[in-house]
Design a protein around this ligand. Structure first.
Ligand code: ADQ
Length: 481
């Protein structure tokens, strides 16, 4: 079997036993099984010329390169997180396009490709991840690399109308066609690329998702990402004394808990979520002192100007809701602005009667799947999920909401808090079954199978098909389902 080469913005620490989750663990296992390389940024900024650090761990080599201050400003903070991230999350208002950002993005992709090239073997299979590295295959191809190269986009892919608002969009998308497989989280994302290709680049996309480019064919397909369900469920079953004490206290007081867990990002819909919670308390005074919202939102990308602004807004709203409703022994919104160990997160999910996941736009949203995995199957909580999370395409038995509509979210929260146990169990069984069948391992195997068959199998043969969508998924999510 060919070696696997993973290229991502950050290189996972394969020597640490506490990796951040199923995805890194799954990718690391695949690397150990096949042998290969994990290549990317080491997370540091280095003023002078610095060689990348090589570390050999059994059959796996990690190669982690630093960025210069200009690379960090122009490539990472600039083009990746001030242009592509807002653009791909449908936030044209937050796009800060500058020519030097684009130049830095292309320069860093080219330099990273130049660094990796001498390490590659002719029959390697290369898997590139996410929006930081869209031109990476084109940079390798320009250096004579003919290996199979796949790309997976973890975030949404916008419709053509939005994409064309950014200079250089044509070259960016042409670069995608240098990959052999281009994977997206949802069928909507894949459809957006196909529309762009046919409308803007006049390229025909065949029914099997293949596009011809220079004598090769590129496969565009949906590969919905999953979590390590069994491991997360097991973690949630382990007692955490701190959480148990809090749960006991809540139970004695007859209180229920709604939980939200997100990086503090404007795409996650946090102010809208607080507005909806406030609406719930206003419309249902009987819930005062009977329900609280625990929002965990660790800081992220604070060098990008939009992020301190959302933090300030959230802190202001939390203060205002608590000022309006709090009582001596009841705080309606508990807001934690730091990372929490995964074990404790799992216990908190299990101890919360409602999981509130309301991004304004999200590639998948793994928190939604983690909340489902963590529940007690005999007495599960209810997932309230935004129609704009990629996960909504699969998780139709959640209560699907429009995060912009505070009344809708408040109504569904009330429904979740009062839902009979039988209905909660039925919904949870269906959701659990789906996340189990489409877990991290299934995602990884299906993508690699598609990439392995490049060049030796016609479209539609060999690899397993994706988990079919729920019957309703092709239509707009139905609130009453
Ligand atoms: P993210 O935008 O980071 O990921 P998400 O999919 O929800 O969003 O993953 C976040 C992860 O971080 C989860 O595993 C969650 O448990 C963890 N996390 C969040 N807050 C935490 C906290 N306070 N402490 C500890 N852990 C915390 C991007 C895309 C998503 C896509 C994923 C995977 O934006 O749409 O689902 O990649 O492809």
């Amino acid at each position: 079997m060919s070696r696997l080469v993973i290229v991502s913005n950050r290189v996972a620490d394969l020597r640490s036993s506490s990796q951040s989750g199923g995805l890194a663990v799954g990718l690391a296992d695949a690397l150990r099984a096949r042998g290969g390389i994990w290549f990317g940024w080491d997370g540091t900024i280095s003023d002078g010329p610095a060689a990348p650090a090589l570390d050999d761990i059994g059959p796996v080599r990690t190669i982690a390169a630093p960025l210069t201050p200009a690379d960090y400003d122009e490539y990472y903070v600039g083009f990746a997180n001030s242009v592509l991230w807002p653009l791909f999350h449908y936030r044209l208002d937050l796009v800060d396009y500058r020519a030097e950002f684009h130049d830095g993005y292309m320069r860093v992709n080219a330099r990273l490709a130049e660094t990796l090239r001498p390490e590659l073997r002719a029959d390697d299979v290369i898997w590139v991840h996410d929006y930081h590295l869209i031109p990476f295959a084109a940079c390798l191809r320009a250096r004579g690399c003919r290996q199979r190269i796949g790309f997976f986009l973890h975030i949404p892919f916008p419709p053509p109308d939005l994409l064309t608002a950014t200079p250089n969009h044509g070259a960016l998308i042409e670069a995608l066609l240098e990959y052999d497989v281009v994977g997206f989280q949802t069928s909507g994302d894949a459809a957006n690329l196909k529309r762009y290709l046919s409308e803007q680049l006049c390229r025909e996309v065949r029914d099997d998702g293949r596009v011809d480019k220079g004598g090769r064919s590129v496969l565009v397909e949906r590969f919905p990402i999953g979590i390590d369900v069994a491991a997360f469920a097991e973690m949630a079953r382990q007692p955490s004394s701190e959480v148990e004490l809090d749960t006991l206290r809540q139970r004695i007081l007859g209180r229920k808990q709604i939980i939200g867990v997100d990086r503090l990002d404007y795409s996650k819909g946090l102010p809208e979520r607080l507005t909806a919670f406030e609406r719930l308390l206003t419309r249902h005074p009987e819930l005062e002192r009977a329900v609280s919202l625990l929002q965990i939102a660790p800081p992220t990308r604070e060098d990008v100007s939009a992020y301190p602004a959302i933090r300030k807004e959230l802190e202001g709203m939390t203060g205002s809701i608590n000022g309006r409703f709090a009582d001596i022994n009841w705080t309606p919104v508990r807001y934690i602005h730091r990372a929490v160990p995964r074990e404790r997160l799992a216990s908190l999910f299990r101890a919360s009667q409602v999981g509130l996941v309301t991004p304004l736009r999200d590639g998948m949203n793994l928190v939604a799947k983690e909340y489902v995995a963590a529940q007690d199957p005999d007495d599960p909580g209810v997932l309230v999920l935004s129609q704009f999370a990629g996960a909504a395409e699969e998780l139709q038995e959640a209560l699907i909401v429009n995060p912009y509509d505070a009344d809708d979210v408040a109504d569904r929260l009330h429904e979740a808090l009062t839902m009979p146990r039988d209905e909660r169990r039925d919904r949870h069984t269906a959701l659990y079954d789906r996340i189990l069948r489409q877990d991290a391992q299934a995602w990884l195997e299906r993508f690699l199978a598609r990439l392995d068959e490049v060049g030796d199998a016609p479209a539609g043969s060999g690899a397993a098909r994706p988990e079919p969508l729920p019957a309703e998924a092709a239509r707009r999510p139905n609130h009453s389902s």
